[in-house]
Ligand binder design. Structure first.
Ligand code: NAP
Length: 513
């Protein structure tokens, strides 16, 4: 197919077309988009969230021990450095406070529509009409989906679950009325959440049972506190953060994130570090049971301190026999043993490949997102979808969510999306959607690169879609930034805007999807 003639962007900057933008989701990526829109002088945008405040996963997860496994210095927006971090790795509440404060300080609050659940988005008459659960509608020129990844909790459907006489909930729905001190606590799941919970609850629990289906690699983290003096210096000299924060990022990107995507010394070193960490388990029987049969980084690496010490406490048991059913008194394993519990915490993860769903998205010609993703979620360069004009994704399929802090990925994507919004506002384009060919080429390149990565090392993980394909960025993360640094016009069908200097382009009356 001959690519459409690129739309020229030489329209006079003074010719401004009003542009309205809907952002769905006020978590890390939605806030980032809102902050960027604001900084670009675009005022007609609404940031929707179904919850009552901003923060996304950092608002929803309030379980004991919640903390970030990425160094704090790289877990803030580049335009809003935070001199107040208390430790090398921050706690969940601290990150939430940072996000809330940033939203307030940067004037985002008037754009927020919290407590508003968008149920439907339909492309009609060249615009996206959004419908809320209360039946309100409003049309926008752009629809930006920042709906997050780790949003929909998964709880195993075990027989007898409704007979349990104690308390049971998912880690992302922590019930703070529950007393944990002295209780018999069952934690199901050994991902980052299960491990953090184990570390936090072990000192107070009467008995702690960790149900492990698959062992995970756990790398200890040195969580040094940041001194008052260091904070004061950062507060007074913001330029220092601008200088040092990129160094933190570089250190992360050249080690752990490189190890995930390229075989080499970083991967070898990390493998040794994980194996050495396991030696902290003195009992050879327990160590054997807790040794993964997949390589490190195949699943998301768990970074936590004190885990191996916790599982060796006399009142802690790691139970690797599968759970057969839930009984009124606890959990029955397939060996016939009933494990009595007062509290069951499902640290069983999320349905990450749902992305924007269950939001119903319908593009031109009645084509739905479910149709488009029938064989699994696929994107154009992580940010757009063929057949869905003026719709962009933040932290969509294949975003580099293991190679860098999601906060940075969101910045890269928001900057890219802004380029399109700018072309619209200058009257250069009125509609844009990536071509199917460009989207297929991107996904073919991913399929070729994946076998080099650690993600295809024979494990199952939340990185994977329904077919077991990891929806990850399979290259060093800097290539994502390079790819999205500018628009590659031949990859798009576009309709010209009122100030474009040539006639109509390929996209007429909707994408030829
Ligand atoms: P996860 O990594 O998906 O782990 C879920 C755990 O539940 C796994 O151990 C899984 O076992 C187990 N599981 C699932 N269904 C089960 C069943 N039916 N029976 C027994 N076990 C079952 O979820 P997560 O721990 O909530 O973490 C998700 C992600 O959130 C992390 O990878 C991380 O990116 C993020 N997170 C980050 C932080 C942070 O520090 N920034 C903190 C918490 C979470 P299998 O391995 O056998 O499937």
């Amino acid at each position: 197919m001959t690519p459409p003639e690129p739309v020229t962007d030489r329209a006079p900057v003074t010719h401004r077309v009003p542009v309205s933008v809907a952002v769905i989701g006020a978590g890390v990526s939605g806030l980032c988009m809102g902050l960027k829109l604001k900084a670009a002088g675009i005022e007609d945008f609404v940031l929707y969230d179904k919850a009552e405040d901003v923060g996304g996963v950092w608002r929803d997860n309030t379980y004991p021990g919640l903390s970030c496994d990425i160094p704090s210095r790289t877990y803030c927006y580049s335009f809003a450095p935070n001199p107040e971090w208390n430790a090398l790795f921050s706690t969940g509440p601290e990150i939430l406070r940072y996000l809330q404060r940033t939203a307030t300080d940067h004037g985002l609050r008037p754009h927020l529509r919290t407590g508003t659940h968008i149920t439907r988005a339909t492309f009609t008459d060249g615009r996206w009409t959004l419908e809320t659960s209360t039946g309100e509608t409003r049309a926008f020129d752009f629809l930006l989906c920042a709906t997050g990844l780790l949003v929909h909790p998964t709880v195993p459907d075990l027989p007898g679950a409704d007979t349990f006489r104690g308390r049971a909930f998912h880690s992302a729905r922590w019930d703070h009325t529950v007393q944990t001190t002295g209780q018999k606590i069952a934690i199901v799941g050994t991902g980052s959440t299960g491990v953090q919970l184990t570390c936090a609850l072990t000192p107070h629990a009467g008995r702690l049972m960790l149900f492990q289906r698959t062992p995970q690699w756990v790398l200890p983290k040195p969580n040094k506190r940041i001194s008052a003096l260091a904070k004061a210096v950062h507060r007074r000299r913001p330029a220092l953060a601008r200088l040092t924060d990129p160094l933190w990022r570089l250190a992360f990107e050249t080690t752990i994130s490189k190890a995930a995507v390229t075989p080499g010394w970083q991967r070898t070193l990390l493998t040794y570090a994980c194996r050495i960490a396991l030696l902290r388990i003195r009992s050879t029987g327990l160590r054997r049971r807790m040794t993964p049969d997949h390589p490190p980084l195949c699943k998301r690496l768990v970074v936590a301190s004190g885990f191996h010490r916790a599982v060796q406490q006399p009142h802690v048991d790691v139970i690797s026999t599968p759970i057969a059913r839930i009984t009124p008194r606890g959990l029955l394993t397939t060996d016939g043993h009933e494990h009595e519990a007062d509290l069951i915490v499902w640290a069983t993860g999320f349905q990450a490949d749902a992305y924007m769903r269950p939001l119903h998205i319908t593009g031109p010609h009645g084509r739905t997102l479910d149709d488009a993703w029938a064989r699994g979620p696929r994107s154009y360069n992580t940010v757009a979808l063929p057949g869905f004009p003026n719709l962009f994704l933040l932290v969509g399929p294949n975003s580099p969510f293991s190679g860098e802090a999601v906060i940075r990925t969101a910045e890269t994507q928001a900057d890219y999306i802004l380029q399109w919004i700018d072309l619209f506002a200058r009257g250069v384009i009125s509609r844009t959607t990536p071509t199917r060919e460009a989207t297929d080429a991107f996904n073919a390149a991913i399929a070729t690169a994946l076998p080099n990565t650690a993600f295809t090392g024979g494990c199952s993980s939340w990185y994977q879609d329904q077919n077991g394909t990891p929806l990850v960025w399979p290259w060093p993360v800097h290539t994502h930034r390079t790819l999205l640094s500018r628009i590659h016009h031949p990859d798009f069908h576009t309709l010209p805007g009122p100030a474009a200097t040539h006639g109509p382009s390929a996209l007429a009356g909707g994408d030829p999807a």
